[in-house]
Design a protein around this ligand. Structure first.
Ligand SMILES: Cc1cc2nc3c(=O)[nH]c(=O)nc-3n(C[C@H](O)[C@H](O)[C@H](O)COP(=O)(O)OP(=O)(O)OC[C@H]3O[C@@H](n4cnc5c(N)ncnc54)[C@H](O)[C@@H]3O)c2cc1C
Length: 401
């Protein structure tokens, strides 16, 4: 398809410091220009294709560099500064992966919504007459719950990712005002691992619910759900696993910068809450969010106490749970923003028909998120305040068999 392929490769120069501080970034082309100015092979080979669970249309190759000892890499940037350079690329990629999770979940939502509207099965739970016609499954509360959950994840998750892209834009717009730029950079760096993880982890949960809506057909190749379930699974693995994103959040973005970014984040959420305060429809919800935020502050203080002892294993053992709670709070914040916009639209008598239903559906999904999803953070908070350590062992302790 193309004359040449240029790989960006992390590698060590002989004698470089151990660990991540000794990694440099190289440009390694598939073909290099020889002294005569002619393109020649650069000893970069594909030595295998991975047989993956999903994403079958994008082959992943096992590359070998220098198998015949004739591969040249050209240093890109400074020696031993490879990792920070790679992060420049990875930040964009992390948002892209979070978005990928949401895209796939969105496809699953619409496929399962259509199926639920068309599939007749069973009667309403209060229907006493055995002979009445079956209803379409969308009328069953449990099916509706599964559809609402998908919609809440898809639209809330997308909104969080767009919030990050907005910070990215604002960072660029204020490139010549260092203080303002720094403000947006900090918010972006705080939320990037969260948006990636929410899209990946909750995207998978959403697709799984979509598959469930189709019953047995969900498991067959007659419908797209089984493929979507396989395709979405990678999102929590590549561009850094969820475990690594969670450590980056709690270790680097929260404790590592003394909570400065988190303070900015609290201020951003407070702005939304302030806007929502004027609304009677939203009063329960901004109050719920504020109450959860206060609990989250206590939980975060506990993390700082853990960090004060210098024991990183204690601090990071449950970073995933901290990530899960923080992601849920962020999406609750997004839903509150949707609620404000929807309420404004619904107060406008000119908005009618499908548009009106669109905004009503926003309010209903917001209510779903606050009644079904937000309360889950309390269980996570409970565990994060619990000082019993069950997963930290000496290297030679044999506990799991
Ligand atoms: C389809 C596909 C395409 C890919 N494409 C590319 C690509 O184009 N370029 C590229 O460079 N890479 C690519 N990768 C690699 C991918 O980025 C890695 O697989 C991924 O980052 C996870 O690393 P790993 O496989 O080494 O897992 P490991 O690091 O072995 O992790 C295994 C498990 O241990 C946990 N773990 C690891 N270290 C720690 C720790 N310190 N603390 C706590 N938990 C830990 C992880 O969270 C995970 O659950 C691709 C992978 C796949 C599957």
């Amino acid at each position: 398809m193309t004359d040449n392929i240029v790989h960006l490769v992390l590698a060590r120069i002989d004698g470089a410091p151990k660990g991540t501080k000794g990694i440099s970034l190289f440009i390694v082309p598939k073909k290099r220009i020889n002294p005569e100015g002619v393109l020649q092979p650069n000893d970069v080979d594909s030595i295998g294709i991975y047989h993956k669970m999903g994403q079958k249309a994008t082959p992943a190759m096992h590359l070998e560099f220098g198998g015949k000892n004739d591969c040249v890499g050209y240093l890109l940037g400074e020696i031993n500064r490879g990792l920070p350079q790679m992060f420049l690329m990875m930040n964009g990629a992390r948002l892209g992966v979070g978005m990928g999770g949401i895209h796939i979940a969105s496809a699953a939502y619409y496929a399962s919504l259509q199926y639920a509207q068309e599939r007749p099965q069973g009667r309403r739970l209060n229907e006493k007459q055995a002979l009445v016609e079956p209803v379409c499954i969308i009328q069953h509360p449990d099916v509706r719950r599964m559809l609402f959950l998908q919609k809440a994840i898809v639209e809330g998750g997308l909104s969080l990712i767009l919030q990050c892209y907005q910070y990215l834009d604002l960072e660029k717009v204020h490139a010549d005002q260092p203080e303002i730029k720094q403000h947006y950079t900090q918010l972006l760096e705080l939320l990037t691992p969260v948006a990636k993880t929410y899209g990946a982890e909750m995207g998978f949960i959403a697709v799984n619910q979509g598959l469930q809506v189709l019953g047995g057909y969900g498991y067959t190749e007659d419908f797209p759900l089984e493929q979507l379930a396989r395709d979405v699974r990678i999102m929590s693995l590549y561009e850094g696993t969820t475990g690594i994103q969670a450590q980056a959040l709690l270790g680097r973005q929260v404790v590592g910068n003394q909570g400065k970014s988190l303070v900015k984040w609290f201020e951003e959420v407070a702005k939304t809450v302030h806007e929502a305060e004027h609304s009677a429809t939203l009063s329960t919800y901004w109050n719920d969010l504020m109450a959860a935020m206060r609990n989250f502050q206590e939980v975060t203080n506990q993390q700082f106490k853990n960090a004060a002892h210098g024991d990183m294993e204690v601090l990071l053992a449950d970073a995933n749970l901290y990530m899960e709670a923080f992601g849920t709070l962020n999406v609750a914040w997004q839903w509150l923003q949707h609620g404000i916009a929807a309420e404004k639209a619904l107060n406008n008598a000119e908005i009618q028909g499908e548009d009106r239903v669109f905004y009503q559906s926003k309010i209903e999904t917001l209510r779903f998120f606050f009644h079904y999803e937000l309360p889950r953070v309390q269980g996570l908070f409970h565990r994060l305040m619990d000082t019993t350590r069950l997963t930290i062992f000496d290297a030679d302790a044999e506990v799991l068999i």
